[in-house]
Design a binder for this molecule. Structure first.
Ligand code: GRF
Length: 207
């Protein structure tokens, strides 16, 4: 049984996709042991509690500095001892020590086709604003393992989504969520939980 902790910051639609997939049997051999948010107001926490999953808030605002927050966050993850940490709309940089402690055991969903439109400053709606500004015709989402870089870890899967005439950032974000994120992340978790995906020397291996 793969024990996972899901880290969230906002609406939690990716968390909801995971919860639904577990309920519907599209994710097997997996238990969500906790949801952690840096944001006390995250709707994602309500989604966790309504599924009887502990919702834990670790907010940078509660700590004197970033190092103190990083240590508290890493300590909580160590205490929970998950097999996999899932970043689902989580807007906090993962502390280097935690990346080292959980090497190849942290996955993230990013709302673009990495290496396009990723890295520092590319998160949430801003990604789709930049996609529309640039005028690309195809965007999508990427699920990847997290390494010490920003959106640079080994890619597990990607899914393309068409940009349509007249798209606003909000309309495009929703399409990318519906047609890519909410499909890719549950599938990646199920693949990892059932031994179909591993990482070796920074390369993702499918069995
Ligand atoms: C969305 O922009 C999503 O693309 C990205 O994080 C943001 C919030 O997602 N992964 P969620 O609704 O909180 O899962």
């Amino acid at each position: 049984m793969l024990k996972i902790v899901v880290c969230v910051s906002g609406g939690g639609t990716n968390l909801q996709a995971i919860l639904d997939a577990v309920e519907q049997g599209r994710i097997t051999n997996t238990e969500i042991i906790a949801v952690i948010s840096n944001n006390t107001k995250a709707k994602a926490l309500e989604r966790a509690v309504s599924h009887n999953i502990p919702g834990i808030v670790i907010s940078p605002k509660s700590y004197p500095d970033r190092d103190a927050f990083n240590e508290a966050f890493a300590a909580k993850i160590r205490e929970l001892a998950p097999d996999l940490v899932v970043l689902a709309g989580f807007l906090v940089r993962i502390p280097p020590q935690m990346v080292a402690d959980f090497s190849d055991r942290i996955v993230n969903i990013h709302p673009s086709l990495i290496p396009a439109f990723c890295g520092v400053g590319y998160y949430g709606l801003r990604v789709h604003e930049k996609v529309l500004e640039r005028g690309v015709k195809v965007t999508g989402a990427t699920v990847h393992f997290v390494n010490e870089g920003m959106d640079e870890g080994p890619i597990i899967a990607q899914k393309a989504v068409c940009v349509e005439e007249g798209d606003t950032p909000e309309v495009l974000q929703r399409r990318v969520m519906e047609q890519a994120e909410w499909i890719l992340l549950p599938k990646a978790i199920d693949d990892i939980a059932n031994g179909r995906v591993t990482v070796a020397d920074g390369k993702v291996i499918f069995r």
